[in-house]
Write a protein that binds this ligand. Structure first.
Ligand SMILES: Cc1cc2nc3c(=O)[nH]c(=O)nc-3n(C[C@H](O)[C@H](O)[C@H](O)COP(=O)(O)OP(=O)(O)OC[C@H]3O[C@@H](n4cnc5c(N)ncnc54)[C@H](O)[C@@H]3O)c2cc1C
Length: 455
């Protein structure tokens, strides 16, 4: 396994990664992106095991509800790159399981690749969301055929792909881009049915980074985003060659394209749901004003429902013939949907209760200043027991988490990451037991099961 320093060195692989108009040649040394590299390097050091052939504990495939819960709890404590690596591995294994019966060679190739990736101890990011062009048109019916990533050439030793994948979390920080279709493809859209693993440093890959990292000299005013942030990558594939042993769908079998996206959706939404459990509790905890009980009760009820969904997703997991435990599709999607749909309401309650100091509390350096510090402390205080420094820090945390760059990032990400509400609604509908619900309704109406109402 790699150490943190070996990980840092491994990023010097000729990758073409850009930030604010310039190519970055030294990611670890970059004043902003380097902070994310440090978080990822700490993840390497945390899980490092020098034994030959060791695999990080964060990679373990759960085999029961208990192990699934342990993995979910562990992943709440890891950096984003480590987490998406695990979710990618689980996505690939889930997809292998689902295609095995019809495409055994591809399933075997996926499993062999996963083993090799674990041996190399690489980090993997998830390239799913295509540029998509005109949303009302199918991939094969766009003005620009590159709106969805596609195979432009088949060779005896691999394929050449072209297109772009947008909003890819931590793309520049990993080693491998898990590139899979964003949705199901139809007959005639074969060229868009492509699933493969692309090294970040492969010729033709370009990544443009954006980040919510604060641009402020004093990171104490940004207690959450100041020292931990992860950029998103705008990943472009300019005619990239991918060797056969890294190709799982090679512009064929459009009927299997959706398997990859759905497999990812499950693991991505489980991660999203687990993050909501902590996030919702954090929003409740940030608000301590006793007299606005109704709103706080609402927040507590929502936080508890989210936790209950995660519990139900884990407890109702299914175990495959391989012995791998997958969370329940229904509870994962419904919980993630509920968390995403109600996040804005939770933040609204918090802002309503907390007041304007969320935005205007003086900075920590103003508290340090001899001329202003004691005054800020005096006027930012409330009760004798609640001193101005304490309140200022709380307001900085609320602003950073909900009302500044990181807050804006959460507002959009909670809705969109893992697919929008629309996608979660579709999967929820697919797994809900509608027949049972219909039966109950008909019984209540004393209509039996027949369409004309006769018992
Ligand atoms: C911070 C962040 C990190 C992300 N990380 C990743 C990542 O690591 N990897 C990755 O692959 N993606 C990632 N995503 C992308 C995320 O999955 C997408 O943002 C999401 O799927 C919506 O796609 P879009 O942004 O292209 O928006 P659009 O496609 O424009 O969609 C906007 C809304 O319209 C809905 N919609 C779109 N098309 C239709 C249609 N035909 N019919 C009905 N409704 C439709 C969508 O569900 C969505 O609600 C990330 C997004 C964010 C914001």
């Amino acid at each position: 396994m790699m150490t943190g320093d070996e990980y840092r060195a491994s990023l010097d692989d000729g990758r073409a990664t850009f930030f604010e108009g310039e190519q970055i040649f030294d990611l670890p040394g970059h004043p902003i992106l380097g902070i994310t590299v440090d978080s990822a390097a700490a993840g390497y050091d945390r899980f490092h095991d020098p034994a030959p052939g060791a695999v990080g504990a964060f990679m373990a495939v759960p085999g029961s509800a208990k192990e699934l819960r342990e993995q979910v709890e562990l992943h709440e404590t890891v950096d984003l790159l480590t987490h998406v690596t695990y979710a990618s591995i689980m996505t690939l294994l889930t997809a292998a399981d689902r295609i095995e019966a019809t495409l055994p060679d591809q399933a075997a190739r996926i499993r062999a690749w996963v083993k090799d990736a674990q041996r190399r101890d690489v980090r993997i990011t998830q390239c799913i969301t295509d540029a998509k062009g005109d949303r009302s048109r199918r991939p094969g019916n766009q003005d620009d055929p590159d709106a969805y990533v596609r195979v432009i050439e088949r060779r005896s030793d691999g394929i050449v792909i072209r297109g772009a994948k947008l909003h890819i979390s931590a793309a520049s920080m990993g080693h491998e881009l898990m590139t899979i279709p964003t949705k199901g493809m139809k007959p005639g859209e074969d060229q868009y049915s492509v699933a493969c693993m692309v090294p970040v440093g492969a010729p033709g890959v370009k990544i443009i980074n954006t980040t919510y990292a604060p641009r402020h000299a004093d990171t104490r005013d940004f207690p959450m985003s100041g020292n931990h942030h992860t950029p998103e990558g705008f990943v472009i594939f300019e005619d990239v060659f991918v060797p056969s042993d890294r190709v799982f769908l090679a512009g064929e079998h459009p009927e299997f394209a959706a398997v990859f996206a759905h497999s990812l959706g499950l693991w991505e939404r489980l991660g999203g749901l687990a993050a909501f459990v902590t996030g919702y509790d954090r929003l409740v905890g940030l608000e301590r004003v006793g007299h606005i009980k109704e709103k706080i009760s609402d927040m507590m009820i929502n936080a508890t429902l989210i936790r209950a969904s995660l519990e139900a997703a884990i407890e109702n997991c299914s175990v495959t013939s391989d012995g791998a435990a997958f969370p329940s599709e229904l509870y994962t999607n419904v919980g993630k949907y509920h968390g995403a749909a109600n996040y804005a309401l939770m933040v609204r309650h918090l802002h309503d209760i907390a007041g304007g100091s969320i935005l205007t509390a003086p900075g920590m350096a103003d508290l340090d200043n001899e001329q202003t510090g004691h005054l800020v402390r005096k006027y930012m205080g409330t009760l004798q027991s609640v001193d101005g420094i304490y309140r200022s820090k709380l307001f900085h945390a609320i602003r950073d988490y909900t009302a500044d760059a990181l807050g804006g990032w959460y507002a959009v990400t909670n809705l969109q990451a893992g697919g929008g509400l629309y996608a979660q609604r579709i999967v929820s509908r697919l797994h809900y037991d509608l027949e049972h619900a219909k039966k109950l309704a008909l019984e209540a109406a004393h209509m039996g099961e027949s369409a004309n109402g006769s018992a």
